[in-house]
Design a protein. Structure first.
Length: 319
């Protein structure tokens, strides 16, 4: 088997058939590992319709996307592993694009029309992955990449089950730092869904503690790499911290509860965050308002953005 595609699935009935129809092709060198992560909707029944000799289907208790991805790698038999989110799509002919590289000796291959394929050193690829040198567009997610399975197993690289935001970046940064060969292919295989479904989402306090743990582990990883000067590390930490703060505030706004938003925003002020000039103008404006404790305008800005996105409906970005 040349390639194993791992698909974690949780309450994805609205998008799942479209996703699987884009994924499953007539190619005996590719196997599909579908992991139902305790869905409460009809996701598992939908998956059953696709079962065949190349499609493995597992019905697990809900343990989260990181557990499901690790589970998928453990049950994979392909030389390469690829991940697909159950609400996204693969481009037509994706398998023909990837199979050209089945016999190469890379540990990780990035596929994206946005990345510079001439970059071939760990430091620059790390900066691209984190979005630091790529117009704030990070490529830390595990999709649109293939990983040599033996490499992941030999280096014991897995997704951290205790982190719910940032686990993708930790995974990919670990891969980059441990790999012998990485390549970037300026070819597009992935369609990422921007979902504007529900404009209200429940807030969980674990987001803050998880984010703190993510940043702590990332900075430890970068420090140990010996690739960056103290000044560079300080700048990167400021960049990651600024984006983390923005991300938390945006999640809070989805609660549509201004009292909660203000309360948690005040709590966030007590956390140690460094600042960065590397972020976008829009993000700088948000952080300036935050610095002057102008929470209501931040909340209103995010609500306006959320409502505008909902009016647009779902759309795809070709990665």
């Amino acid at each position: 088997m040349k390639l194993s595609v791992v698909v974690p699935i949780y309450n994805a009935e609205a998008y799942l058939e479209e996703c699987l129809n884009s994924l499953i092709v007539d190619n005996k060198d590719i196997e599909y590992i579908l992991i139902n992560d305790g869905s409460k909707d009809s996701s598992y029944k939908i998956c059953e319709k696709y079962k065949n000799e190349n499609v493995q289907l597992f019905n697990n208790k809900n343990k989260g996307v990181s557990y499901s991805r690790n589970f998928g790698v453990e049950h994979a038999s392909g030389k390469w592993v690829m991940f697909l989110d159950s609400d996204d799509l693969l481009s037509d002919g994706w398998d023909k694009t990837i199979e050209k590289y089945f016999d190469c000796d890379d540990d990780v291959i990035f596929f994206s029309s946005f990345l510079d394929e001439n970059i071939n050193n760990r430091k620059e690829i790390l900066l691209q992955c984190m979005g630091y040198e790529n117009n704030n567009n990070n490529f830390a997610s595990p999709w649109s990449k293939i990983y040599r399975r033996n490499f992941l197993q030999e280096e014991r690289i897995t997704f951290n089950n205790n982190i719910i935001n940032g686990e993708d970046m930790l995974f990919n940064c670990t891969c980059i730092l441990n790999s012998k060969n990485i390549s970037i292919k300026k070819e597009q295989i992935y369609k990422y869904r921007i979902s504007c479904g529900s404009s209200t989402k429940k807030w969980k306090d674990v987001y803050i503690s998880s984010d703190f743990e993510f940043r702590k582990k990332l900075y430890e990883l970068l420090n140990k790499s010996n690739l960056f000067s103290k000044k560079e590390l300080k700048n990167i930490e400021g960049f990651i911290d600024s984006n983390a703060k923005i991300g938390i505030l945006q999640r809070l706004a989805f609660s549509r509860d201004y009292k909660l938003f203000k309360k948690k925003a005040i709590e966030i002020r007590q956390c140690l965050f460094k600042r960065s000039n590397k972020i976008t103008i829009r993000k700088k404006i948000i952080l300036i308002l935050f610095y002057f404790k102008l929470y209501r305008p931040i909340y209103d800005i995010y609500l306006f953005k959320i409502d505008q996105l909902k009016k647009m409906g779902d759309y795809f970005v070709n990665i």
